[in-house]
Design a protein around this ligand. Sequence first.
Ligand code: UDP
Ligand code: MG
Length: 316
Amino acid sequence: MKLSVIVPCYNEEESIPLFFAEMQKVNDELPLDFEYIFINDGSKDKTLDVLRSLAKNNSNVHYISFSRNFGKEAALYAGLENATGDYVTVMDVDLQDPPELLLEMFNKIQDPDIDSVGCRRVSRTGEPPIRSFFARMFYKIINKIGQTEMVDGARDFRLMTRQMVDAILEVREYNRFSKGIFTWVGFNTIYLEYENRERVAGETSWNFWSLLKYSLEGIINFSEAPLNIATYGGMLSVFISIIGAIFIIVRTLVFGDRTSGWPSLVIIILFCSGINLLMLGIIGRYISKIFLETKSRPIYIIRETEKDLKKLTIVK
Ligand code: UDP
Ligand code: MG
């Protein structure tokens, strides 16, 4: 039996050797052959060199180097597409996904009724409080308005059967939000809980804005609720304006036309045009997704893999 370990890397030259060493320890304790698929997601540091030498010295290490930074989602997809194992796991290279948990995950997945074992961090120590607050909000909102459940604190770190991986590969959308896709494909997933870890080396490539953008992505990819706001908001505003019109007509007939109330009129116009713009904006977000989706561009572009290593050494 073979386990494919998929590891997206973006500027991780320091973490990769530490990660690999930890994984070797786990490998010794598991009755599985390990196959590593590192994805160099357009790193600007020496990540690619580290991967090249790792692949040169270990026949079970493969790497895929992208032509530029395509994002972690694209890296995950590339890894899944190239994995050949009977089981597949997806892990961060910064050791925030504890490798030793794989032992327990593997025990759990032996149960034929379980197709996937995920990990859920129950604490968020070491994270800025604002970030934790918004993360919690995101899960509350998405689970309220979305049709696909997303587990709070669940990481991408999970062990999956080949059957489930094949299902995920069938989802070929360009706008990928893995947390949602993992749930959307169904199958039986259980979650192990653990305390949050901080990364061993390097630094996170996410800032507040990129996380905010990412969470909006999740909402728009997995929920049509924002579009409903436009429909129901529009209906409500039409209803109110009809009532208002009746009120004004009756008032004019009874009391005559007094040209007062301009300020309130201006406020109403401003409010309505504001709502209009907001709704157009929401619809625009969806259209932009459709736009990208219909172009059907490749999710990632490969520049180099370990198969090019021989060629490289000949040139050098
Ligand atoms: N990563 C990637 N492409 C990116 C950003 C991140 O492949 O554009 C990888 C990164 O190397 C790491 C994982 O995704 O292995 C998680 O990233 P990070 O640790 O920065 O995120 P955090 O743990 O802070 O959420
Ligand atoms: Mg991390």
